[in-house]
Design a protein around this ligand. Sequence first.
Ligand SMILES: NC(=O)c1ccc[n+]([C@@H]2O[C@H](COP(=O)([O-])OP(=O)(O)OC[C@H]3O[C@@H](n4cnc5c(N)ncnc54)[C@H](O)[C@@H]3O)[C@@H](O)[C@H]2O)c1
Length: 277
Amino acid sequence: MANNLLAGKRGIIFGALDSNSIAWKVALKAHEQGAKFTLTNAPVALRMGEINKLAEHCGTIVIPADATSIEDLEKLVAQSVEQLGGKLDFVLHSIGMSPNVRKGKQYTDINYEWFNKTLDISAISLHKILQTCMKLDAISEWGSVVALTYIAAQKAFPGYGDMADAKATLESIVRSFGYYYGNSKKVRINSISQSPTMTTAGSGIKGFDAFLSFAEKMSPLGNASADACADYTITLFSDLTRYVTMQNLYHDGGFSNMGVSEIMMNTFEVSGDEGQG
Ligand SMILES: NC(=O)c1ccc[n+]([C@@H]2O[C@H](COP(=O)([O-])OP(=O)(O)OC[C@H]3O[C@@H](n4cnc5c(N)ncnc54)[C@H](O)[C@@H]3O)[C@@H](O)[C@H]2O)c1
């Protein structure tokens, strides 16, 4: 479904690791909608080599950058503007990693050095990207920045560990930076709170299968796929959503507004007449 929604737009897409990645799907759709962009990921992730296939398909280049390194980000942004022939119109932050979650540390027994890493990679990196872009004046007026998040920022989900704190920080940066960047340059910043999705980051969470099927049973529309998330992201990069900023937008089939669904109630139904009345 190519409508040229992003014709003439330039951007940077962070976080395409493999074909399951949400960022990978966004890149495919942005390409389909006429955008030009660079792809980037941490040098260690690039060693897998998968992203080169995506770059080839989209006719673009991959620029390595650790999203926690200001030096890497400055090079990435400057090189992207040069390569694409002008300022950026969109940036996708699709980055998340927690050493504590990955190594199976309980939330009540975390390693604080790793906690700092979780926050730096998964949340503060958004601030670093935005600050770098602002200093280099690299984003055009009405440009759009989207970060991906999860509802564990608002509600408790055992197993999500310190990523919940990272997501809460990420969403706060969306609001705070959204104010400053909107005020000075009309740049908008939003987060998309996505359903659980089977990706490398997602499946690192203990009991992820249960997360997935619980959310599926609770959501009237069912879980949103990575593909559908990419569609939603494209609308936020497009000019059709010019006045949306500083928002955390749920893309979760209705999950966030549910108390309980009938299918879940049926799971706990007590047989016979007992409990009625
Ligand atoms: N999968 C889910 O269930 C789900 C649900 C809601 C939100 N999200 C969010 O979506 C985003 C994308 O995750 P995904 O599910 O596509 O998984 P993914 O594993 O494909 O993507 C995560 C990306 O972060 C990158 N990354 C890690 N450390 C980095 C660093 N230092 N510098 C630059 N990049 C780095 C990884 O290389 C990878 O490409 C994340 O923010 C994640 O938290 C995922």
